[in-house]
Design a protein. Structure first.
Length: 88
């Protein structure tokens, strides 16, 4: 019975691919709702995925860009509304 992964198989790369996809999805959702939470989360996940060497580099970069866009949208709405948050 083996309790560890075989030496020839790299399991960490799948984790980084998942982080890249999650950052893209969270960044995309953050444009619509909860951008104050989802934007920074997308930025952190994308940065970790890129730092760890994901195969899905494009998705990680999109997630990073969307996370930054989330925060920019939040700032634009805050400036337009004149408050620390925005509502419809």
């Amino acid at each position: 019975m083996h309790l560890t992964a075989p030496a020839g198989r790299r399991t960490g790369i799948h984790d980084t691919d998942g982080m890249a996809v999650a950052s893209f999805v969270l960044g995309l959702l953050g444009l619509l709702v909860l951008n104050v939470f989802l934007g920074p989360t997308a930025i952190v996940l994308a940065s970790l995925a890129l730092w760890r060497g994901t195969h899905r580099r494009g998705r990680a970069l999109l997630g990073l860009g969307l996370g930054i866009a989330d925060l920019l949208v939040l700032v634009a709405f805050m400036q337009a509304d004149g408050t620390m948050s925005w509502s419809l």
